[in-house]
Design a binder for this molecule. Structure first.
Ligand code: SAH
Length: 386
């Protein structure tokens, strides 16, 4: 069997429960791209088995501990467990994440369900090589009408893998109708962001709906995720996105969901918040769900400045007693940093706010303890006290 030998520090990481071994901790390689390898410690003991990548900064992603090599049976069991867990949650939605990579002990594999269709992302050489087997197992376990590989994320190029979108099984229509609570969406699995929808916010939209009222402003709306859920409780509703495509989609979704009062417009949120503030606008419910501002460690200071600017302005636009739902999906910005930023925004805007709820990504995106990379989405629901 192909193998990789790791340093003492690599062995320590494995014992600490983290599935990733970095390049600096790999001392010897007798394997090729995408192999499933035995991982050998500095004292020549087999520590476990892993997926190997010859291009990534993370050449080793652990699958199992111990001597027994993993076969197809391991993939079948883990996929079936992931599916069973989602079924046990009785989610009030027909679209959700079925496999969340490391959080399901299936490193670098993402699978989302949209009704009868599955969308798969293979984010390492090892998973890419196993895609035909994974496809067969998914057909066996979940009997989907179609499986689409959305293998177009940029991280694939770090693995030396081609970026491509292809049907792996059955057929995939141009758009798929799904439901999330009371909201219906038309989803483009082929070209939509991520795999089509931001599924990780489902439970936060549900939570926000408990407080939403009055005048609503949904910033960074994409296809209307928060706005569509909250507008039924808000007689006045505005949604902003910088993408014309997204704004058109919000309009179509508003019509489909019978929410004619939801107004979507194309705008840069940074400029628009400033303009609204100058004009003396006020809102009772504001949502901030920007894209990840901190893509890496070096961009953390700029990202925090960006988060602070929009939060500070949103706080000023809030009516007393109003709610701010504020999110960050930057893994590099920790919950503590995000909380500090909120504190500073509150001080600088002279707006006392309380934390009504502190939330994270939905339960279908499980966080594996000891693997901070699996915890990326923070969502605070704040209330302006006066
Ligand atoms: N809230 C959405 C997901 C938001 S994703 C949901 O619940 O589904 C982030 C969105 O922000 C993208 O649609 C992107 O087009 C938009 N965006 C990025 N930068 C922006 C900016 N400066 N102003 C407005 N929208 C922006």
């Amino acid at each position: 069997m192909p193998s990789v030998t790791v340093s003492a520090r690599g062995e320590q990481r494995i014992r600490g429960g983290h599935p990733w071994i970095y390049r600096a901790d790999v001392v010897d390689v007798a394997a090729s791209a995408g192999d499933t390898v035995a991982v050998i410690g500095p004292r020549q003991r087999v520590l476990g088995h892993a997926l190997f990548s010859d291009r990534s900064q993370i050449p080793v992603r652990m699958l199992t501990r111990g001597e027994a090599p993993p076969g197809l049976e391991l993939w079948r069991t883990r996929l079936a467990n992931a599916v069973r867990f989602r079924e046990s949650l009785h989610l009030d939605a027909t679209a959700y994440r079925l496999v969340h990579g490391e959080g399901d002990l299936l490193p670098s594999l993402v699978i989302d369900r949209y009704g009868h269709y599955l969308v798969v992302q293979a984010l390492s050489q090892g998973v890419d090589r196993l895609l035909p087997e994974i496809t067969r197992l998914l057909v066996e376990i979940a009997s989907p009408a179609g499986i689409l590989a959305r293998n177009d994320p940029r991280v694939r190029s770090l693995e030396g893998l081609e970026q491509k979108v292809e049907v792996l099984h059955g057929t995939i229509p141009e758009s798929v109708l799904v439901r999330e609570g009371p909201v219906e969406y038309d989803v483009d699995l082929w070209k939509g962001q991520k795999t089509g929808l931001f599924l990780d916010q489902r439970e936060n939209r549900e939570a926000a709906a408990r407080y939403a009222r009055g005048r609503l402003l949904d910033c960074f709306s994409y296809n209307g995720g928060f706005a569509l859920r909250l507008a039924r409780d808000c007689p006045h509703a505005e949604a902003l996105d910088i993408s014309a495509d997204a704004v058109a989609r919000i309009g179509r979704n508003a019509a489909r969901n019978n929410l004619p009062h939801l107004q979507a417009r194309e705008a840069n949120v940074f400029d628009e918040l400033r303009r609204l503030e100058k004009g003396g606008a006020r809102y009772d419910t504001i949502v901030l769900d920007p894209p990840a501002f901190a893509k890496n460690k070096a961009s953390i200071p700029n990202a925090l400045a960006g988060y602070k600017e929009i939060n500070l302005r949103a706080m000023r636009l809030l009516t007393p007693g109003g709610y701010l739902v504020t999110c960050s999906c930057s893994y590099n910005v920790s919950e503590a940093m995000f909380a500090d930023m909120i504190h500073e925004a509150s001080v600088d805007s002279h707006t006392p706010v309380t934390i009504v709820e502190k939330r994270m990504q939905g339960r279908d995106h499980p966080v594996l303890v000891g693997v901070p990379e699996t915890y990326y989405l923070k969502c605070f629901i704040l209330r302006r006290v006066e």
